[in-house]
Design a protein around this ligand. Structure first.
Ligand SMILES: [Ca+2]
Ligand SMILES: [Ca+2]
Length: 213
């Protein structure tokens, strides 16, 4: 076999790795809070997640209200954006254990925003979207059948998150690193107690020493 043919065969072998086509098209991208986000075309939840992995991330993990608001204002149904979608897939699901919702990224669940009456789908609805059927829904969440993302009304569009900086606002690592409010209140109380003990007023005998306060 001539050398040219060998090189062609080698390039053909490499092509799936060098020209990886995404399963679902990317429509838009932006960055926020230490992550890069992609809006995918309408698809099933599984195809959106496979595409997210190919992009280096997962379907979005919404760690806090700020991240929810960011998505509302970027691609939510009433954002005014060119890509304002009625339904957005997120990474929350209860595929493994019915009723136990987890993030596909593996990050811990620190925030949820199911709309009233949801989740209600039992074993028939194991993936979650953000909902903008009317302004009143404001992106509240609904468990749904992940296989129905293409033909369901105008489709369900995946939101992908690639975490670039785990200490950013977009990540659970940022949240778990914060001391709990209880620790903060205890610490402030301790400081106030110490300040009071050291106050000159408290170092002198006082007529009201016997009083409770
Ligand atoms: Ca539901
Ligand atoms: Ca996130």
């Amino acid at each position: 076999m001539c050398q040219k043919k060998l090189i062609s065969l080698f390039l053909l072998f490499l092509s799936p790795f060098t020209k990886a086509e995404l399963l679902v098209d990317v429509l838009d991208t932006t960055t926020w809070g230490g992550s890069t986000y992609y809006l995918l075309d309408k698809s099933t939840w599984d195809d959106a997640q496979s595409t997210a992995i190919a992009l280096g991330g997962n379907l979005v993990t919404i760690n806090n209200a700020e991240e929810h608001i960011f998505i509302n204002e970027t691609w939510g149904g009433f954002s005014g954006s060119e890509y304002a979608m009625t339904y957005l897939w997120i990474g929350l699901n209860d595929e493994d254990n019915e009723g136990e919702f987890t993030w596909i990224s593996g990050e811990e669940v620190t925030y949820t925003l199911f709309t009233s009456g949801e989740p209600n789908g039992g074993e028939n609805e194991n993936q979650v979207y953000m909902w903008y059927r009317s302004a009143a829904y404001a992106g509240y969440w609904n468990d749904f059948d992940g296989s129905r993302g293409v033909d369901y009304y105008d489709g369900v569009y995946g939101v992908v998150e690639v975490v670039d900086d785990p200490t950013g606002l977009s990540s659970a690592a940022n949240i778990t690193d914060l001391p709990s409010p209880h620790v903060g209140i205890f610490f402030l109380s301790f400081l106030a107690y110490q300040a009071r003990r050291r106050s000159p007023l408290n170092q002198q005998p006082h007529a009201d020493d016997a009083c409770d306060y």
